[in-house]
Design a protein around this ligand. Sequence first.
Ligand SMILES: [Zn+2]
Length: 156
Amino acid sequence: MIYRFPSLETRWLQRSDKWMTQPMVAVADDYSRPGGACYYHQGEGAVLVDGREISLRDAGLIVLRADYGLPEIIETAATIAHEWRHCWQQQMGFRSDSNADILAQGLPYETKIQRYFSESKSESDALWFEWKKTHSPLSEYWVSLVSSMTSMKQPQ
Ligand SMILES: [Zn+2]
């Protein structure tokens, strides 16, 4: 089943960024990518979510994995904030340097998290943003893991 809300889930994030084209949000039962969510850029054709085609012509799309963190409202909010920040990054002209392959490797969990966020400016920025907006327990833990490394700096 697809739940599709053009802006309801992101309204709490857009107060200071009213100029943005807000992304759509979908929850997918059938989710094959590593990680718990992803953001598809506006203008990149269409995406299949649970067998339904969603056009990206007018807005980007945040897809959340139905079985990932959703029972925890705060983690869902953190995930939406994280993916929303990727939407913001795109519209600000930042290029994504995310490497999801790290998450699919057979590394220890802590190592995967540290490498995924510290080796990418767009991912570290999105992590800091989700943490700043929600202070969810998982964001807090990830920030503590990444902060223990010297390569990550908090954006201004
Ligand atoms: Zn991300």
